[in-house]
Design a protein around this ligand. Structure first.
Ligand code: SAH
Length: 396
């Protein structure tokens, strides 16, 4: 493919020159008909070279700068080099026999925006965020097969402008896995399936949060886990010695999957409630029944629509917190989590402050988390640093 030179709009010049590899919508001045995956040399209006990258429409923008050096070929060796570097950087993860699932390559955080690679035991999962990067699939898959001794590879196509998953058979190559696969995370087992829709059963970016709940906050406590999905936080709490857990999720699938995760860790189900219900309805029920908990976990999606509710984290998180505060025991902990990329930690803390003020309660932040180290990030791309988790103690 020939390389096409494109001019950047003056208003975007500084941003890209200062190290941001993401080309935002409207950043490219020429009205050329660029093809998905096209290699581009990005220059200023004065024809000064800024960097070489590729064109691709995805949720975050219209392409990525891949190198700031002139005339670097974007070929299979280029991909292999970056993948190798990312793998080498994660040597401590590969060595840890108690954790068998983690992120191996995190897009622009590892030098190439547009795709991620996760390891689940001996299987890889590649997530593609544009048709453009998908054109480089064979180079990436071949490199991974060369660099890592895995049994097979699966993929998720998230080509849509919102990063929405495209339903498909997600098997790519190697040997097909026998799902569910039981992965280990800090010694705890979780069941995953890499070929069952958009999600795998576990969100790997919450690893440190699960460990903290288990090691520091669960012992002897009553735990409410809302938006519980496969119950991963509940399992972490139960392994950490919680008195009881209550998991609430709207999706029917959550019931069996949560029970399976408990059983995988030899946890007796008698003290674990699994409820299929709208969380907002459950809060009302809990108040009516005067239920309260030592720990309440909130991990809603950034956007969710149920029959009665539309929840938008950026607008509704404060209200969600108010409901949680009302049923948290004094001295108890609220774990507030969000993966919403449109606001930062400072804003998230302002929601927490507003909710406690409204409830006329005092609080103290006792822990906070962003993305773990395997989810490598660069400061220039703020929207990639989405995860915010705060442990809040409700004071007397
Ligand atoms: N906390 C989970 C991940 C949550 S994913 C974990 O750590 O694994 C978001 C979940 O919220 C999905 O399972 C979805 O079914 C659920 N959900 C969305 N809206 C909901 C609502 N109004 N009430 C209950 N669950 C909801």
């Amino acid at each position: 493919m020939d390389i096409v030179t494109v001019k950047i709009e003056t208003s975007f010049e500084k941003n890209v020159q200062n190290g941001n590899p993401l080309l935002y919508k409207d950043a490219i001045a020429t009205s050329m008909n660029l093809e998905e995956g096209q290699v581009i040399d990005v220059v200023t209006k004065q024809n000064k070279f800024i960097g070489r990258g590729y064109y691709a429409i995805q949720n975050k923008g219209i392409g990525w700068i891949l190198t700031r050096e002139k005339n670097v070929p974007i070929d299979s060796a280029f991909f292999e080099q970056h993948l190798k570097k990312a793998i080498d950087k994660r040597a401590p993860y590969f060595k840890d026999s108690q954790t068998t699932a983690f992120r191996v390559f995190n897009g622009e955080g590892d030098g190439i925006g547009g795709f991620t690679v996760d390891l689940y035991n001996n299987y890889l999962l590649i997530q593609w965020y544009s048709i453009g990067i998908y054109k480089y699939k064979s180079w990436i898959v071949d490199s991974l097969q060369k660099l890592l001794d895995v049994d097979g590879i699966y993929e998720k196509k998230r080509f849509d402008h919102n990063g929405t998953y495209l339903e498909d058979d997600d098997f790519v190559s190697g040997k097909k896995a026998d799902f569910p696969l039981d992965i280990l995370e800090n010694g705890v087992k979780y069941a995953v399936n890499l070929n069952e829709g958009a999600m795998t059963g576990i969100f790997l970016d919450q690893r440190d949060v699960r460990k903290t709940i288990r090691d520091k906050y669960a012992q002897g406590k009553t735990v409410l886990n809302t938006f519980s999905y496969t119950g991963a936080f509940s399992v972490a709490a139960a392994v950490g010695g919680s008195l009881s857990t209550t998991s609430v999720d709207l999706a029917n699938r959550s019931k069996q999957k949560t029970a399976d995760n408990f059983l995988l860790n030899n946890i007796d189900l008698t003290s674990q409630k699994i409820i299929v219900e709208d969380v907002f309805h459950y809060f009302k029920y809990a108040v009516k029944k005067q239920l309260s908990f030592d720990m309440v976990i909130l991990d809603p999606p950034s956007f969710a629509r149920s029959k009665k509710h539309t929840f938008r984290a950026a607008k509704d998180y404060t209200n969600l917190l108010k409901e949680a505060i009302a049923i948290t025991n004094t001295g108890g902990i609220i774990v507030a989590s969000t993966n919403c990329a449109t606001f930062d930690m400072k804003k998230f803390k302002s929601f927490i402050d507003a909710a406690f003020s409204h409830q006329k309660e005092r609080y103290q932040i006792v822990e906070q988390f962003g993305l773990p180290n395997d989810f490598a990030n660069i400061k220039e791309v703020k929207e990639s640093n989405y995860l915010k988790v705060v442990f809040i103690k409700k004071l007397k």
